[in-house]
Design a protein. Sequence first.
Length: 255
Amino acid sequence: MSTPPPPGGTITLAGKTVSRLGLGTMRLTGPGTWGDPANRDSALSVLRQAVHPYGITHIDTADAYGPHTVEHLIRDALYPCPPGLLIATKVGMLRPGPDLWAPHGHPAYLRSAVEASLGAEWLELCHLHHIDPEVPLADQLATLHALQQEGKIGLIGLSKVTPETVRAVAKVTPVAAVRNVLHLNDRHDPVLELCRDQNIPYIPYRPLTASSLARNQGPEAALAWLLQLGPHVAPTRGTNQPHHLHELVTAAGRS
């Protein structure tokens, strides 16, 4: 099979050259990011088509999606993973029920979350999903560092953070990537410039959220705006529909 061009170009994440357009997987669950999707076959198809024929090689997931629903879908759809595919995950969020999210960074919980997420391969890029303000940041990082030393996770990323947090973490351990919300209706995030200056990949998620421009002109406008912000920007966008996946990849290719 021929290798398709990577949508949006390429970026280096966790030591791999991957597509700048990544696939977010939160939508591959039931309502409220809870339980199984209404159409499991469609969800599996989205995952498989993202990789081939569309050439997306960065897939973003989390143990909280379902919880664990998407992890099982990814294993069923894609394992054994092609060598160039990066599956990044996130830990540190409890799910009390549909649409409910609660940061939980207790060291024992972070360890159990990583252990539960381990499948056929180690976790190459593991983001702290949301820093728990009730637990010392040093304790949360020490747990992830210990899991690194044990060979269970690779590099450490951050999600939903401020510049101050990025700087604090960078004093303790290298920051492999940062995931924050950024889109046409919420265009300012000082972390974007900090990541550029420190050569940290910046992964904006929900890039089409609430954007009248994206609704009126399609995803091309929103993705083009993000991709022109700098080569360190690698947006992820989720969908549970194969036809929508095609539209996103086409838009990234034109951007």
